[in-house]
Every structure is written in C-alpha cells, then in structure tokens.
Design a protein around this ligand. Structure first.
Ligand SMILES: Cc1ncc(COP(=O)(O)O)c(C=O)c1O
Length: 308
C-alpha cells in the first residue's frame, strides 16, 4: 500500500521534513532487525483527533525494548507528547502512527549493545488495511505453510522488527496464491495469528481466540474486542484452536490496529458460516468503531486527545 506522505516526521526529538527523515545504510537494525515498533491509530472524534489506546501501545513499545536490552533515550512522557505533536503539526484528524526505536549507525556485528538507539514517529493517513470492502464483505484467508516464530526463537511478547520477516513469508505466500491474508500455525499445529492480526471465531454464540501462549501477539485490539464482547454478555474463551475450528466456525474475524475488525469469509477455500460478515462480528465492529469515535461513554479513557 503506497504511503500518503505528510509534512513532518518526529526523529530523535526534532520534527524533520518527510523527505529528510533518513538513516545510514549501515544502521544496525537494517542488517539485523534490531528494532522495536508499534502500530497505532488516531481517530477523528467530536473533540478532534484522538490516539486510540496510546498508553497501552507505548507500554508495549517499552516492554519490547526492554526485552532487547534497548534503553530508549526518551521517556515515556516525552514519547506521548511527541506522538501528539507530530499528529498536530501535520494537521491530521485521523491517521496511522508508527513509532520505532532501533539500533542505529556506529557498530556492525551482531552485538547491538554499543550501537546508538534512535527513535522516530511517523504518521500518515491510512484507510482500511485489508481494503475498503473487506470491513463489510470479509476477506479470504489461507493457513500458511510457514509456521509462526517459536516462542523461544523470536518471542511474540515483543513487537520487534526482525520477527516480521516471518509474517512477510506468510503474507506473500497467501497473496501469490490469490488470498488476502495468511493465518499461521505454531509448531504444534495450533492457530496463532494472521501476518498482522489476531484471530477470533464465533461458535454457537461463544467467542474463541487463541491464548497468547500459542505464540500470537497480545494484540491491543484483541483485548479491546474481548472487553467489548464481555460487556455485551458474550462468553469469550482463550483456547487453542486448530484449522478446522476456523472452517467450521459460524463466524470468523481478524482484529488488529491496521485491520481493525475485519470479517474472514473463507479459510482455505471453505466458506465460513454464511460466507459474509456475521451478526456477532457486525455487533462488535459497530461497538469498536463507536468507541474509536468517542461515542462509548464507558471507554473514553481509551482515547488520548491530541489537543486536550
Ligand atoms: C503478528 C500480529 N498479530 C496481531 C496483531 C494485532 O495487534 P494490535 O491489535 O495490538 O495491533 C499485530 C499488529 O500489531 C501483529 O503484527
């Protein structure tokens, strides 16, 4: 998806012109994947742009950095302010937000500890990740032949640059085979997540999603949807799922910051349920989007207003 350029990017404490937000070709992260990042969205609300779950995303960023022994040269509070500044200065009312902390230029070799840590935050307008129609029509998904990174190889507890090459294998395989998105199994054959989304199914009115121990990212949208579903009296179970659970589900959907809440209408050429967005998916989607707009009074604390 091409990037819609805006004016400024926050880089190491400065707001620099989009075209000047560059790094050296010998940056450590480019060679060894030694960075951590977040994907966040800001939504338009009646009180202006608001960042969705900013605190949770930034806490995950700092946890990811800790796992890789990266000390960020900026405090949590400074990153909060920088995120709001870069949205404000670009005049965006809704956008995607990409903070990244990475090992920069100065050292080569696998040891990252002496390389500097750089931090940047880019923002740009980004529509529906899996296509505008997908939110209503649903997507076609394929169980990947590539297994999800094993927990003791590349831990899913961190959102690190390098681990995404695993998702890239799966995503490209699914696209080349004519599908929209991949779903990955772990070494034991249980469902983990999509290349960039968590997975839910609905069976007899009960929601199921894999536990994080299966090897999926502890998605912030996943947590949001679990809360919204339980508030609506749904039972939600975090249980291991196998691929046939997806084929035989009444409904199936992805959750993620980029994908938001996207129905899955087919898995491995088997129609899921009625083959279009189901009633539970629609109810949760509506609840989700209402909350992102600040229209759910129970959850206004999920929004951090850019101009507060
Ligand atoms: C592999 C993977 N699983 C799940 C998710 C969904 O996580 P979140 O809802 O925090 O965006 C993402 C997106 O960051 C991801 O990359």
């Amino acid at each position: 998806m091409p990037i819609a350029e805006v004016e400024k990017i926050w880089m190491d404490g400065e707001l620099v012109d989009w075209a000047d937000a560059k790094i050296h070709v010998l940056s450590h992260a480019l060679h060894y994947g030694s960075g951590v990042f977040e994907g966040i969205r800001a939504y338009e609300t009646a009180r202006g742009a608001a960042v969705w779950h900013l605190e949770e995303h930034l806490h995950r960023l700092f946890r990811s950095a800790k796992l890789y022994h990266m000390d960020l040269p900026f405090s949590y509070e400074e990153i909060v302010l920088a995120t709001k500044d870069v949205i404000r200065v670009n005049g965006l009312t809704s956008c995607y937000v990409r903070p990244i902390a990475f090992r920069g230029y100065g050292e080569m070799g696998v040891n990252p500890l002496n390389a500097p840590v750089n931090v940047s935050i880019a923002v740009w307008p980004w529509g529906a990740y899996l296509g505008e129609d997908a939110l209503e029509q649903g997507v076609r998904s394929k169980i990947s032949s590539w297994r999800r990174n094993a927990q003791n190889a590349l831990p899913a507890a961190a959102k690190a640059d390098g681990q995404y090459i695993n998702s890239v294998l799966a995503k490209v395989e699914s696209l080349k085979a004519g599908y929209d998105e991949a779903i990955m199994l772990n070494e034991a054959g249980f469902i983990t997540d999509g290349s960039g989304e968590n997975v839910f199914i609905v069976r007899n009115g009960v929601l199921f999603t894999p536990p994080t121990q299966a090897g999926c990212l502890d998605g912030i949208t996943r947590g949001t949807v679990i809360t919204l579903a339980r508030e609506r009296e749904y039972v939600v179970r975090e249980e291991n799922l196998v691929r046939t659970d997806l084929y035989n589900a009444d409904e199936c959907f992805f959750t993620g910051t980029a994908a938001e809440l996207t129905p899955i209408r087919e898995v491995d050429d088997r129609q899921v349920g009625a083959g279009h967005r189901g009633a539970v998916t629609k109810e949760l989607q509506d609840a989700f989007f209402a909350a992102t707009k600040g229209e759910d009074p129970r959850h206004t604390d999920w929004l951090s207003y850019v101009d507060d």
